[in-house]
Design a protein around this ligand. Structure first.
Ligand code: MLT
Length: 394
């Protein structure tokens, strides 16, 4: 009899956001007259930018003509999009070759797929609380996970520790779920640590566009030495509203080499084997994000979400509830009031005021007692949710 991947037995029975979706679905089935205020999963509510829509239409139109039609796309990304992304980095002072940029179908897909580059005997360090897919994807592969807890005392931004070494180091900044952002000097310590130990940093930069404080790094490649120890994974989901459209990109510098093997070459080998590239139409839409008009439009949307964050933070201030994030990030991470557990608080908000958030415990044990709000809802829903929170918790 075939042996399935037995490591699946080591996973929690269901994935965090699936769990929440099931709970809210059950609540709605019992209370069909209720409207929910969704601030759980970070799914956007604003439509795609006008210039993206125009480019998507053009892409569709191209497919109607023999001389403009595109079949299979290059596996590592359309040259026009790889150039646009490399130029985006260049505009921020980071020099990359177009062939160091890979187009992906989204950061969450890529975070799982990229693990093909590492031996199964390698270990993975996860700074907790953490995006749960980091842990689950490695559990599925049977890798040893090294948990590094963070908390209020270190601003949820721990330093590397000799007691928590691993081969793969996950760093997410701005952080999901805490919204905390590493400063350059803090990231430098991680880069030095990775280079000294021969580790590789998987830098999740999905929320880089939300950073408004200019001195904060938006890419690991702003740090000297990062090209020999880091892979950066990025997404247009939150930045440009592509959660349903699906598009992301990954930077693998040619200088990243271990045991004489170049990770960039390996990823070319992997992609050319395992994908036929992202659809032309979607890449055409994605390229519009990197034009000056596209950048202006997506930043208008980001400002809208930031205003949602401000409204929620104002409510939490009024209630005297501790929180972080919200300023350089679309997530607000708060301490559950009155010593409540995070699922207990989830149930209270769902049942009493129909507000859906994400329990901190879902991001790892040290998230217990905390709760996350995402700010991607509509303005009307955010205003109403803030009012409901104030009424319930005052
Ligand atoms: C989140 O809410 O943490 C994210 O939206 C989930 C994801 O990006 O897959």
């Amino acid at each position: 009899m075939i042996t399935p991947n037995l490591h699946y037995a080591d996973l929690k029975s269901s994935y965090l956001f699936y769990n929440i979706a099931q709970k809210t679905k059950a609540y709605l089935a019992e209370n069909p007259d209720k409207k929910l205020y969704r601030m759980g999963i970070g799914d956007v509510s604003l439509p795609l930018a006008k210039s993206v829509i125009a480019a998507l239409h053009e892409g569709v139109e191209d497919q109607a003509f023999k001389d403009r039609f595109h079949g299979y796309m290059p596996e590592c990304g359309a040259p026009f999009l790889r150039t646009a992304i490399a130029d985006y980095y260049r505009s921020r002072g980071i020099e990359l070759g177009d062939d160091e940029v890979f187009v992906s179908s989204g950061a969450s897909d890529e975070l799982g797929d990229i693990l093909d580059l590492f031996d199964r005997s390698s270990s993975a360090l996860v700074i907790e609380p953490a995006y749960p897919a980091y842990v689950d994807a490695n559990v599925m592969a049977g890798r040893k996970i090294v948990h590094l807890a963070s908390g209020i005392d270190n601003g949820f931004l721990p330093e590397p520790s000799e007691n928590a070494k691993a081969d793969i180091l996950y760093i997410c900044s701005p952080n999901n779920p805490t919204g905390a952002v590493f400063k350059k000097e803090q990231l430098r310590k991680w880069v030095d640590f990775a280079n000294e130990n021969g580790s590789v940093i998987l830098f999740d930069a999905a929320y880089e566009a939300f950073i408004e404080d200019e001195e904060l790094p938006r890419s690991i490649f702003e740090i000297e030495g990062a090209k020999t120890c880091a892979i950066e994974i990025c997404s247009l989901s939150k930045t440009a509203g592509f959660t349903g459209t699906r598009l992301g990109y990954t930077v693998i510098p040619k200088a990243l080499v271990r045991h004489g093997m170049c990770f960039n070459d390996m990823w070319v080998r992997n992609r050319t084997t395992k994908t036929n590239g992202v659809s032309y139409i979607i890449q055409k839409g994605g390229a519009a994000v990197f034009t000056s008009e596209g950048q202006k439009e997506i930043h208008e949307n980001i400002s809208y979400y930031k205003e949602n964050a401000r409204l929620l933070m104002e409510a939490l201030d009024e209630l005297g509830i501790w929180y972080c994030g919200g300023k350089n990030s679309p997530y607000i991470w708060l301490k559950c009031p009155n010593g409540m557990g995070s699922w207990e608080f989830f149930d209270l908000l769902l049942k009493e005021i129909q507000v859906v958030g994400t329990p901190g415990e879902g991001f790892g044990a040290c998230g217990e007692g905390y709760f996350r709000f995402s700010v991607f809802g509509s303005r009307e829903d955010t205003v109403e949710a803030a009012e409901r929170l104030k009424r319930l918790l005052r």
